[in-house]
Design a protein around this ligand. Structure first.
Ligand code: NAD
Length: 329
């Protein structure tokens, strides 16, 4: 039986690990908590490990994995910017991500767009406090708006598809323009998108080229009162610039599912802790900002896809030395 080590198993993943382990003939060892230089030793005797995509895997962890005999990492996430690619290369450890249902994130982003333009946070808060007044909660109609999608890939293109029923204008900026999307959206330059969008929704990966793509300069080019949705990666947005944009009113609303410095916070119950993440505290305090803890991916279909494809990728690596999900270094 092929041995695989699962780091950070969540309770909702357990029945899926059991199901796919039986199907694929795997002997699974579960390690609570994240993969670190210390916990890497737990993988001794396994060629493959699977992890999630938030906690950094750096030089020291790769060294420890290599000493434990691990050759492959199968991420159960689409994002893999937590992997130090140079270190992976240096220790000859290959890794893969998963491409699960893009509908989960696309639907969530669509929901955040609607919640922001209809001021849902205020409506919920007030209703809970038995304040049923109308003042200050007037929304806008989608059909009157222009939505700008930055990164019209697997997820961004489904957002465009979702939006097609609302009658809004949909524009997109992407470094690769795809002819098959031209019926759903209109490609524009980055500056045109910033200037013309009432709502901007981010769907690029986090690369050097997209790091702090939304910053003080690019926010200054936006329409007054623009709404910003980030379901991509926290660091695509310069959080200080976002806060300044909201404080000045330049940004009229924001829906933030991902945030710089979220790693030890999102997906954990931290109710009784002093968080020490001031930007999160400030963002949460704004009446026009909805913060969700990196939950856009979290559907039944996506979690099943993530577990199944990460395990299949590891099996393929171990049996053939190849995986169609490999991120080539
Ligand atoms: P994808 O690769 O299919 O699409 C990304 C698109 O961005 C591509 O069309 C690409 O050409 C474009 N792009 C790349 N660099 C660009 C740049 N500098 N400027 C403009 N466009 C650029 O990826 P996807 O499956 O659609 O996922 C997008 C991102 O969503 C992931 O990388 C991940 O960071 C994020 N994500 C978030 C969650 C969540 O729960 N919030 C879940 C899954 C994925």
């Amino acid at each position: 039986m092929k041995k695989v080590v699962v780091y950070e198993p969540r309770p909702d993943e357990m029945p899926l690990f059991q199901k796919f382990a039986d199907e694929l003939g795997l002997d699974i060892k579960y390690v609570d908590g994240v993969l670190t230089p210390e916990t890497a030793a737990e993988a001794k005797g396994a060629e493959g490990v699977t992890i999630l995509g938030n906690y950094p895997v750096g030089q020291d962890t790769f060294k420890a994995l290599s000493e434990a005999g691990v050759k492959y990492i199968g991420l159960r996430t689409a994002g893999y910017n937590n992997i130090d690619r140079e270190a992976a290369k240096a220790y000859g450890i290959r890794f893969s991500n998963v491409t699960y249902s893009p509908y989960c994130v696309a639907d969530f982003a669509t929901m955040l767009i609607l919640m922001c333009i209809r001021k849902a946070k205020q409506i919920f808060y007030r209703t809970n406090a038995q304040d049923f007044s109308l003042e200050g909660i007037q929304g806008r109609e989608m059909r009157n708006l222009t939505v700008g999608i930055i990164g019209a890939g697997r997820i961004g293109s489904i957002v465009a598809k979702n939006l097609s029923g609302f009658g809004c204008r949909v524009i997109a900026y992407d470094i690769v323009e795809r002819d098959e999307l031209r019926g759903l959206l209109e490609y524009v330059t980055f500056d045109e998108l910033l200037a013309e969008s009432d709502v901007i929704t981010l769907h690029t990966p986090l690369f050097e080229s997209t790091y702090h793509m939304i910053n003080r300069k690019t926010i200054a080019k936006m329409k007054d009162g623009a709404c910003l949705i980030n379901c991509a990666r926290g660091a695509v947005v310069d959080t200080e610039a976002l806060i300044a944009g909201i404080e000045s009113g330049k940004i009229g609303a924001a829906g933030i599912d991902v945030l710089e410095g979220e790693e030890d916070i999102f997906h954990y119950d931290r109710r009784t802790d002093i968080l020490g993440h001031r930007q999160l505290a400030v963002l949460r305090s704004f009446p026009n900002v909805i913060v969700t803890p990196h939950t856009a991916f979290y559907t039944d279909q996506a979690v099943s896809d993530m577990v199944e494809l990460a395990l299949r990728s590891l099996v393929s690596f171990i049996e053939t030395g190849e995986s169609s999900f490999e991120i080539k270094n």
